[in-house]
Design a binder for this molecule. Structure first.
Ligand code: ZN
Length: 309
């Protein structure tokens, strides 16, 4: 049984401006500085809510400033939504204006107020006022009353919405929840947060992976057994999930779903405190055991990060 969203991973430009926006302006907690395990000369940064809970992890692979710019479109998650407390959006509009980050006019979606912003690289972030917002970080740079909680949802733009819907309902534990315009909302009834996935059923031009786009979306498995059970379901549907891969902080299974979006399943354990204490999460560069012997060479290639808090 899968239990909602675990993390969203995107591609950004250089790391420091990303830290300034996400740990600075947005007030999230940087909970892990590590490297891309498939390319250890580059960072992999993880942001989260205060308790560092699955269902709030937004992670980035920083690319050089001259890296390929992506294009948001079909075959991707086109927006990632965080919860905020009801009434918080008016404060956010002021905060984004002070930071020089353009915002769209707030809209209403399924009865909830939504503010859409584009970070400096073009990634789309929605803030959604939600009674169930929780996990706000009291020690961040924004007051707790406006701080981001766990994810609300992601918006998926599929090359084949019907096929994506089928995979989400048969293998990832989702049910249809409602439709508003071109937005089909699904809910995972077994999730205690980060419960929703929206499918944009309007045809969109194909996206292109690069800076400012989501690389993949990961769904939560409470343990290895739940992950391997879901993997068997994917196999029975004719999909080609990877074997289980050790990602140090969770165990992963990746699948390219038939609508072109890369899905992952990630386990809750062991979690981010496996290699540093909860209180000091994200303060120092952590490397998995296989890269620790190369630490000096890896650190020489990375620019040290300055945290804004
Ligand atoms: Zn991932």
């Amino acid at each position: 049984m899968l239990t909602g969203l675990h993390h969203v991973t995107a591609i950004c430009g250089p790391a420091q401006p990303n830290v300034d926006v996400y740990a600075g302006t947005l007030g999230l907690r940087l909970v892990k500085q590590t490297v891309n395990f498939d390319d250890p000369g580059t960072y992999h940064l993880y942001y989260a809510d205060g308790p560092a809970r699955p269902g709030s992890f937004l992670t980035f692979f920083p690319w050089p400033s001259d890296g390929l710019r992506g294009r948001v479109g079909a075959g991707q998650a086109t927006a990632t939504a965080y919860t905020v407390s009801p009434g918080a959006l008016s404060e956010w509009i002021d905060r984004f204006a002070e930071a020089g980050i353009p915002t769209a006019v707030p809209t209403s979606r399924f009865g909830q107020n939504v503010l859409t912003v584009h970070d400096g690289d073009g990634l789309v972030i929605d803030l959604i006022e939600d009674e169930d917002a929780s996990g706000q970080w009291a020690d961040g740079l924004v007051p707790t009353s406006m701080a981001l909680g766990a994810f609300h949802s992601v918006t998926l733009c599929s090359h084949n919405p019907d096929a994506t819907l089928r995979v989400l309902t048969e293998a990832y534990g989702y049910q249809e929840h409602g439709q508003e315009g071109d937005r089909l909302r699904l809910v995972n009834p077994n999730a205690d947060r980060a419960r929703f996935v929206d499918i944009d059923v309007a045809p969109q031009p194909a996206g292109r992976m690069g800076i400012g786009t989501v690389h993949h979306v990961a769904f939560r498995a409470p343990d290895d057994d739940a992950e391997l059970e879901a993997r068997e379901t994917l196999l029975s549907m004719g999909l080609q999930p990877t074997p289980q891969i050790d990602r140090q902080y969770f165990h992963s299974v990746y699948t390219r779903e038939p609508g072109g979006i890369l899905f992952e399943i990630a386990t809750d354990p062991p979690g981010f405190t496996v290699d540093e204490p909860f209180e000091t999460l994200g303060r120092a560069l952590k490397l998995p055991a296989q890269y620790e012997p190369q630490r000096a060479a890896i650190e020489a290639r990375l620019t040290p990060l300055e945290l804004p808090y």
